[in-house]
Design a protein around this ligand. Sequence first.
Ligand SMILES: Nc1ncnc2c1ncn2[C@@H]1O[C@H](COP(=O)(O)OP(=O)(O)OP(=O)(O)O)[C@@H](O)[C@H]1O
Ligand SMILES: [Mg+2]
Length: 361
Amino acid sequence: MMLTADTIWISLPMPVFHLGPDDLILNLNPAAEQFLNASFRSLADVPLFDRLAIDAPMEEALARVRRDESPLFINNVDVGSGNRPPVVCNVQVAPVVGKRDHLLLLMEERHIAARLGRSHSVKSAARSAIGMAEMLAHEIKNPLAGIAGAAQLLSMNLSGEDRELTDLIVAETRRVTKLLEQVEQFGNLRPPVRKVVNVHDLLDRARRSASVGFAAKMHVVELYDPSLPPTWVDGDQMLQVFLNLLKNASEAAGPEGGMVTIRTFYEPSLRLRRSDGTGATLPLQVEIVDDGPGLPPEIAREVFEPFVSGRENGTGLGLALVSKIVSEHDGWIAVDSVPGRTAFRISLPVAPKDHGDRKGN
Ligand SMILES: Nc1ncnc2c1ncn2[C@@H]1O[C@H](COP(=O)(O)OP(=O)(O)OP(=O)(O)O)[C@@H](O)[C@H]1O
Ligand SMILES: [Mg+2]
């Protein structure tokens, strides 16, 4: 069965306008009527651009289609019809075969997902959502402290089983507070302030503060390449990265402790292709290797995602923060894990020569 032109015209889900030589509306399909929220009768012979505002140089575009007699595509333009907010459309203009200076104008509304990439309002909404999370975290922490305090007061007059319940309240509020603190930390991450930094100094600082705390039971081995050139990072943020990795290694080891090897070396072959097409070399390698049980296989592929944790009390934000910091430095992080050997490897850029010691430190 062959469809008639009328059937096609009526069935097309996108608005289509048939324009005469002076851009008057000669015909429009039902989708177009719906788009303008008006009937054919009220629109016939009305100049299209009296009713439709397209945020693009349409006069030029239509003139070109008429002159060249070939179609034209204009993508991602705001189209307003006066009775609702503009929508983002791909607009196509085609000459009508055999009718000089007549045009067909088609509009395809871009669906939400395609619009996400360009719409400013959506982007700023996403940005403010992060602000919301921080604000919420901040606001919840105060009443939580009150709840924990009250539970502790109550517990003084209790005994036995009842006390277990207040202890539970205190422990759980602590856990939530810790989570909120990490959410705040995550949201508060500012763009890195880069300086010329000796990566071994950072590793020493991380190691020292780890060994008086969570890594007290760990045996730490340093395999440093002393000839490594300085890197180009925000020292405080990179310190957080190393601390998080040392902490995870210590937590994986369990109460008896284990061994962590911190290795640095130079490997010039690694290049990262950025989204804008430029490449960066990341020759400085830092590996943090432990001899623990390895990543739990069921989460191994998503450990860098927020809230993915294999530990009972883990919030799953540690590696998400690590990967966010590393990627803000245009660096690279990878993990290689089997039972008995888990290696996180961070690849970093070398400090640019012209920043020498003048700007460093
Ligand atoms: N060195 C490691 N050895 C074994 N498993 C690891 C190691 N590092 C990370 N993991 C696994 O990856 C999970 C995610 O780590 P991540 O640091 O993101 O969160 P977390 O440690 O659970 O919580 P948080 O760091 O927020 O306290 C961990 O829960 C653990 O299961
Ligand atoms: Mg962690």
